[in-house]
Design a binder for this molecule. Structure first.
Ligand code: PEP
Ligand code: CA
Length: 480
C-alpha cells in the first residue's frame, strides 16, 4: 500500500530543527525523504489479560512498526507513570486515556517528522510534550510505545538490526553479546498466589552461566524448571504458575527454596554453582516499613516483615542475605533493600558489593539522576533496566551507558505483565544480562535471543557478564 503524503501538522516547525545532518553520511541516502507518515494506537492486552497500549508508526513507504508496553505490579515510587483510567471497565485498569494521549496529543507532534531525526531528538519531542519528570501528564505508557516504534522504524530504514541501531544511537559503547538468562523459577509476593506463610521473596532465578551459548542456557533452564515441576508433583506440593512463569513458591524459607532448586538442578544433570548459579529479587520495598503486628504489638516503621513472619531491621536484612550467600551460589541480588532504605543499601554495598552483584531496581527506577545518586552514595553496583520505568528508548540507553561508564553492570528486565513484545531481546545484547521469567509467554523473549545469537554469530556473555570482582568470587567459591 502506498500512503499519500500527509502534510505535517504541529511538526512543521520541527523540520528546520531536525535536518538530515542527524544521520550518518551513509545512512542519509537510506533515510532521505522518509517520514513518520501516521501514528496509530490501540488498547491490546498483556499477559495478565490487563489492557496495554500498543502504538505504531506508519512510515512514508507504508510500512508499520509497532510496540506494546509491559506493565509492572511491584512498581517503584519514582518510575514513569502508567496512566490508567481509574474507573470504568477492567477494574479501572483500562488504558483509553493513554491511547487517547497518543492519538490526540503525540501523533500531531510527530506525524511528518523525517526519519533523519535521531532517536535522541525524537524522544525529546515526546518528553517535552509531557513536560514532567515521571511522565505524569501523558503517561509513560503513551510515550514509550511511540519511542520504541520509532526505533524500529528508523533501524529498518537504516538497514540495521535493532540492537545495532540502539548501540549506534548512544555512540557504540557496548560490546554486542548474547546475554546470560536469569530465569525466574520461584515466583512470590505480588506475582503469585501462595499459601499463607510461604516465602515472600518475589523472585528466585537460575542463571546458566556455564552454558556454551544462550541456546544451551535456555535448554538448561527449561530442563531445570521442568524438573522442579516434577519434584513438586512427587512431593504433592501445590503447583501453580506465577505471573513470570515460575512456580508459586510453596516453601516457607529462602533456604528450603534454594535446597529444592539445588536438588532439581542436579537431578536435571547440571553442576550446582558451576553450570547454574542463583539470583534473587525479594522486592524488599513490598515488605518494608509497613505497620505490622509483632505478636500482639503493632510495630511501626523501618523494618522488613520477612520470612516466617519475622521482623528485620535494615542491618539485619543485609546480614541475612550475606549469610545465605555463603551457603548457596548466589551471584546477583536485586532489591534486597527497599527503595527508601538508603542506609541499608549503603551498608550492604560496603559489606558484600566487592564480590556480589547488587542490582538496584526500585531504588533507581531506570532513571539517570537516581543512578547518579546511587553512584555518589555507594548504593548497589548494578542497575535493573526497565524501558517503561524510564519512558523513552534514548533515556533508557543513557542509563545503561552511565552504568557502563561507572563500572556498574546492567540487567535488562521484562515487567510482570508482559506486553508480548520482544524489544528487550535486542536491548539485552548490549549489556549481556536479561531477566524475563521462565516459561509460557516469557519464552518468546529468550527464543528471539537465541535466534539473534544464531543469526549474528554472537558470543555468549556467560560469567563474563558480571564484574571482574564477581567473576573472581565465582571462580574461587564455585567454579571448581
Ligand atoms: C521486578 O520487580 O523486577 C519485576 C519485574 O516486577 P514488576 O514488573 O511487577 O515490577
Ligand atoms: Ca525488582
Amino acid at each position: 500500500m502506498v500512503f499519500k503524503y500527509i502534510p505535517p501538522r504541529k511538526a512543521a516547525s520541527l523540520f528546520t530543527h531536525f535536518g538530515a545532518k542527524n544521520a550518518g553520511d551513509g545512512m542519509a541516502v537510506a533515510l532521505a525523504g522518509m517520514r513518520v507518515e501516521k501514528v496509530v494506537a490501540a488498547a491490546g492486552f498483556n499477559s495478565r489479560s490487563n489492557p496495554t497500549v500498543m502504538a505504531g508508526i506508519v512510515r512514508s513507504d507504508g510500512k508499520l512498526f509497532s510496540f506494546a508496553v509491559d506493565q509492572g505490579a511491584s512498581t517503584g515510587k519514582r518510575e514513569g507513570l502508567e496512566l490508567l483510567d481509574k474507573g470504568g471497565l477492567f477494574g479501572g485498569k483500562g488504558v483509553s486515556k493513554a491511547v487517547k494521549n497518543v492519538r490526540e496529543t503525540l501523533a500531531p507532534l510527530v506525524e511528518g517528522i523525517p526519519l533523519a531525526t535521531s532517536q535522541k531528538d525524537f524522544d525529546a519531542v515526546l518528553r517535552k510534550a509531557d513536560g514532567t519528570k515521571y511522565l505524569t501528564n501523558l503517561g509513560a505508557n503513551a510515550v514509550l510505545p511511540l519511542s520504541a516504534a520509532y526505533a524500529r522504524a528508523r533501524a529498518d530504514a537504516m538497514g540495521l538490526p535493532l540492537h545495532q541501531y540502539l548501540n549506534n544511537e548512544i555512540g557504540n559503547p557496548f560490546p554486542i553479546r548474547s546475554p546470560v538468562l536469569f530465569m525466574n523459577v520461584f515466583n512470590a509476593g505480588k506475582h503469585a498466589k501462595q499459601a499463607e506463610g510461604a516465602f515472600p521473596g518475589q523472585e528466585i532465578m537460575i542463571a546458566p552461566v556455564g552454558a556454551k551459548n544462550a541456546a544451551q542456557a535456555l535448554e538448561m533452564g527449561v530442563q531445570a524448571w521442568a524438573m522442579m515441576g516434577k519434584m513438586l508433583k512427587e512431593r504433592k506440593l501445590p503447583i501453580s504458575i506465577g505471573d513470570e512463569g515460575g512456580y508459586a513458591n510453596p516453601f516457607p524459607t529462602a533456604r528450603e527454596s534454594f535446597g529444592f532448586i539445588k536438588e532439581a538442578t542436579e537431578r536435571a544433570g547440571f553442576g550446582w554453582g558451576r553450570d547454574i548459579v542463583l539470583a534473587v529479587d525479594p522486592a524488599a520495598s513490598e515488605f518494608f516499613g509497613k505497620n505490622v503486628h509483632d505478636g500482639d504489638e503493632m510495630v511501626h516503621g523501618r523494618k522488613y516483615h520477612f520470612e516466617n513472619g519475622k521482623l528485620y531491621l535494615p542491618g539485619q536484612m543485609g546480614v541475612f542475605w550475606e549469610g545465605t550467600a555463603r551457603r548457596y551460589p548466589i551471584l546477583s541480588m536485586e532489591d534486597i533493600h527497599a527503595q527508601n532504605d538508603f542506609a541499608g543499601w549503603k551498608s550492604t554495598t560496603k559489606n558484600i558489593g566487592g564480590h556480589m552483584q547488587l542490582v538496584g531496581d526500585d531504588v533507581f527506577c531506570t532513571n539517570k539522576s537516581l543512578l547518579n545518586m546511587g553512584i555518589r552514595e555507594g548504593i548497589a553496583n548494578s542497575v535493573l533496566i526497565k524501558l517503561n520505568q524510564n519512558g523513552t528508548v534514548y533515556g533508557t540507553l543513557e542509563v545503561m551507558k552511565r552504568a557502563l561508564e561507572k563500572g556498574y553492570t546492567a540487567m535488562i528486565s521484562h515487567r510482570s505483565g508482559l506486553g508480548m513484545d520482544d524489544f528487550i531481546s535486542y536491548l539485552a545484547l548490549l549489556t549481556g544480562q536479561i531477566k524475563a521469567g521462565s516459561s509460557r509467554e516469557r519464552l518468546m523473549i529468550y527464543n528471539q535471543i537465541i535466534l539473534l545469537e544464531e543469526t549474528y554469530g554472537l558470543k555468549y556473555a556467560g560469567i563474563h557478564a558480571f564484574s571482574p570482582d564477581v567473576q573472581a568470587y565465582w571462580n574461587a567459591a564455585w567454579n571448581r
